[in-house]
Design a protein around this ligand. Structure first.
Ligand code: PEP
Length: 248
């Protein structure tokens, strides 16, 4: 039985004051979220603050990105070892905003995935198709290509202790959620593809859904057989919404 994970991706949002308030409200309301594992991914600069605020709680935290490099002349980068130094458990890699806005391709994403693992972080590997790709009927090809880049570099076993987030690009921040069946179909495809290479990895890997998840639609998404929780953007900035998703 795979554990449910709900991870909040705060993106480029928040201030010291907002974060103190948000974490305070999440901690106050997280008592009835059962076995769900909860994580938040703040902007890099707020990771030490979040680490302090979450100290002693069961809520995990991670980064929204990670460098493919460990150290050296790479201005502006933040490495995996720096993140583990501050207690991060997770690193999101290959978010569609990184892919689309910062031209991060499959191979680069795979190197970031590898760097996260080398540092002892659990990568949350984002995959997903654009609306044009869905309309062209190539959703599975796109997702397979994104997964293959990681499998080719790191091997299938590397996915066994990672998290995959299926995030259709057309559903991110748009208010348009994939239907539970649309999401389940892609999750089942992902698990089936991995099972073709290693059944143990396929059974173990957590596959999250991301794309306009809210308190009102989380339960039906998370009830699907191959959906093991969610990667939450907008709704993770409001404690009540985020907690409603965690309870779902
Ligand atoms: C995301 O950015 O990973 C995401 C799923 O965003 P939203 O929940 O706002 O669609």
């Amino acid at each position: 039985m795979r554990q449910i994970l709900v991870a909040g991706n705060w993106k480029l949002n928040g201030s010291r004051k907002d974060i103190v308030g948000l974490i305070g409200r999440i901690l106050a309301g997280a008592g009835d979220t059962g076995d769900t594992r909860i994580a938040v991914c703040p902007p890099f600069v707020y990771i030490p603050l979040v680490s302090e605020l979450l100290s002693g709680s069961k809520i995990a935290y991670g980064s929204q990105d990670v460098s493919d490099q460990e150290s050296g002349a790479f201005t502006g980068e933040v490495s995996g070892p720096m993140l583990t130094d501050f207690g991060c458990s997770y690193a999101i890699v290959g978010h569609s905003e990184r892919r689309a806005l910062y031209a991060e391709d499959d191979a680069f994403t795979a190197r970031k995935f590898a760097a996260a693992r080398r540092a002892g972080l659990t990568p949350i590997l984002c995959v997903g198709e654009s609306l044009e790709e869905r309309d062209a009927g190539i959703t599975e090809d796109v997702v397979a290509r994104q997964l293959d880049a990681v499998i080719d570099l790191e091997g299938i076993a590397a996915l066994g202790d990672a998290v995959i987030a299926y995030e259709p690009v057309w559903a991110i921040g748009t208010g348009k959620t994939a239907s539970p069946q649309q999401a389940q179909d892609v999750h089942a495809f992902i698990r089936g593809k991995l099972a073709g290479l290693d059944k143990g990895v396929a059974d173990k890997v957590q596959i999250l859904y991301g794309g306009s998840v809210k308190g009102s639609n989380a339960a039906e998404l998370f009830a699907m057989q191959d959906i093991d929780g969610g990667l939450i953007g907008g709704a993770s900035l409001q404690a009540d919404d985020f907690l409603a998703i965690c309870r779902a």
